[in-house]
Design a protein around this ligand. Structure first.
Ligand code: G1P
Length: 294
């Protein structure tokens, strides 16, 4: 287990550019800082990484994302105020956030997910690493999605994508996998993958949902990848090249996934996370019931 923890010590998070879907709020606030109930989206993702045994976190950031660094930084004034007010629970919460070991690298031009991952190369000591995207939240209180993937990686020893089936009318939002079954019903071997296909082009409904464990050979492949869909350096194109020469696997994780980068997904996450809360769930449910009765 120790070896495993060390190996996965360096995940990176990729943050897209300005979130135009959430304007005007994202004019001054990075979309990763929009709260689900009272916690920014990025914190849910960082917590999943920590709960999965990750010890070092690299966030690939960029222009307009400084609020993320402030969020994970120490806030002496706030701590002083909470201490003076005797709000020890809140003080501990704020201190816990700033004690997380987070590093940052700025992506200078928004050239796509593949390019963002390239920015992490100097941080990754030729080891496998995990990538979690800043939009994709997974609720899985028993076994975090990334922990499931780390366990699966120790079986396959090759690059692994975290996937789930999505409804057919949503395939055009994701990288969609064409895979061959393996002995493990949760794992397929990737033979092709299409970035955001139309319904007709989609080889399946198995979508990459923002969780990857990549072996470091991805960097050499990413250097050769030409701009693809949307003129961006696509990780999907690199994974296809990788699958031609070595095993790449897609793992279906358990848990409820939310696309918090999409308004409807964000609203679903907000409602469902609020309903799960001990301090809010009961009253919020009563309110929703009344509202629906109209
Ligand atoms: C990226 C990936 C895509 C993946 C998706 C998951 O797309 O390119 O393959 O399915 O994240 O959220 P994006 O949503 O950043 O355009």
């Amino acid at each position: 287990m120790n070896r495993c923890r060390k190996k996965f010590a360096k995940p990176s998070f990729r943050l897209a550019g300005y979130g135009t879907r959430f304007l005007p709020v994202t004019k001054a606030i990075p979309k990763e800082m929009i709260p689900i109930v009272d916690k920014p989206v990025i914190q849910y993702i960082v917590e999943e990484a920590l709960q999965s045994g990750i010890e070092e976190i690299l966030i690939i950031t960029g222009h307009g994302k400084r609020a993320i660094e402030d969020h994970f930084d120490t806030n002496i004034d706030l701590e002083l105020q909470l201490r003076q007010q005797g709000k020890t629970r809140l003080l501990r919460m704020v201190q816990d956030i700033s004690s997380i070991n987070v590093h940052y690298i700025r992506q200078k031009h928004m050239r796509g997910l593949g390019d963002a991952i390239r920015c992490a190369e100097s941080f990754i000591d030729n080891e496998p690493f995990a990538v979690l995207l800043g939009d994709d939240i997974v609720y899985e209180p028993e076994r975090p999605a990334l922990r499931q993937m780390i366990e699966a990686f120790s079986e396959v020893g090759s690059t692994l994508l975290g996937c789930q089936e999505v409804p057919l009318d949503q395939v055009s939002r994701y990288g969609i996998v064409h895979g061959l079954p393996t002995k493990d019903e949760r794992i397929v071997r990737l033979i092709d993958m299409i970035e955001k296909p139309s319904v007709d082009e989609a080889p399946s409904r198995l979508a990459a949902l923002g969780r990857y464990i990549l072996t470091p050979d991805i960097f050499e492949i990413l250097r050769r990848v030409q701009p693809g869909k949307g003129g961006e350096i696509q990780l999907t194109d690199a994974l296809r090249l990788m699958a031609d020469r070595e095993g790449v696997y897609a793992y279906t994780f358990t848990g409820t996934s939310y696309d918090a980068g999409n308004k409807l997904g964000f609203l679903k996450a907000t409602v469902e996370y609020a309903l799960r809360r001990d301090d809010l769930g009961h009253d919020f449910k009563a309110y929703l019931n009344d509202l629906l009765k109209g």
